[in-house]
Design a protein around this ligand. Structure first.
Ligand SMILES: [Zn+2]
Length: 246
């Protein structure tokens, strides 16, 4: 990805954007955290992957949920929770190395027969874990693009397969409207707007979406008075998180 410098307000950099705690200057007490985590992308992860600074507890606290997420998403797309049957290396690795997660994903899978007797795999994932990862990433995307932390629980957080949306719903979801208002001066989103408008040279910014890895992960961080984050993973899972701003 292109590296975009951040000139947003320095005062917003004193806290962990995930939990709101003051960041400690002590070495090892705060960490750079990639958004999205490398584990959610295929190897090789792109250069200049967005990163934000968060506290140590948050940095380690999310890793189990992220592994579950990766294993679940790989399994649902592959149609099974067998490490050997995975379409992606990432889910194969988690399922093969973590028995607890493999079991949890397997238990969320049931085979149903439809009216014509065809078997289909139905997943009922642990949505709490799925949404924790999505909200974590969404906070990171808002902060990275707009230079503003969003604390507290979002007003809305949901994730569904793109395929279950109606045609109109899918169109509305995919059509990202950043509106007329330009983002805060100095923010990365402002930089993307300017570069796209004047020089057409931000290859990662495609129709309002920031493409982290084509076909694997893209997101849109919209500021229309609220912060709206949309994420599409593997062109399969569609997620949306919304924070009202006051
Ligand atoms: Zn934290």
């Amino acid at each position: 990805m292109e590296k975009i410098e951040d000139f947003s307000d320095e005062r917003h950099k004193a806290w962990c954007i995930q939990c709101g705690k003051t960041l400690s200057p002590v070495k090892g007490e705060s960490n750079k955290d990639h958004v999205p985590s490398q584990c959610m992308l295929d190897k090789e992860a792109p250069d200049n992957l967005p990163e934000v600074t968060i506290c140590r507890e948050c940095n380690t606290g999310f890793s189990s949920d992220e592994e579950y997420f990766v294993a679940f998403l790989g399994s649902v797309i592959s149609g099974n929770a067998d490490p050997k049957g995975q379409a992606f290396k990432r889910s194969e690795r988690v399922l093969a190395s973590n028995r607890k997660i493999q079991k949890a994903v397997e238990e969320s899978l049931t085979v149903q027969k439809d009216a014509s007797g065809n078997e289909r795999v139905v997943f009922a994932p642990d949505m709490e874990r799925i949404l924790r990862v999505i909200v974590k990433n969404a906070r990171g995307h808002v902060y990275f693009e707009h230079g503003q932390p969003v604390f507290g629980e979002p007003e809305h957080a949901a994730a569904v397969p793109l395929g279950v949306l109606t045609k109109d719903q899918a169109e509305a979801f995919l059509n990202v409207d950043h509106g007329e208002v330009w983002p805060e001066v100095g923010s990365r989103m402002m930089d993307r707007f300017a570069r796209t408008a004047f020089w057409d040279d931000d290859p990662d910014f495609v129709e309002g979406w920031v493409v982290v890895q084509p076909g694997v992960y893209r997101y849109a961080a919209i500021d229309d008075g609220r912060f709206i984050v949309r994420i599409i993973m593997r062109e399969y899972l569609a997620a949306e998180v919304i924070w009202d701003r006051d």
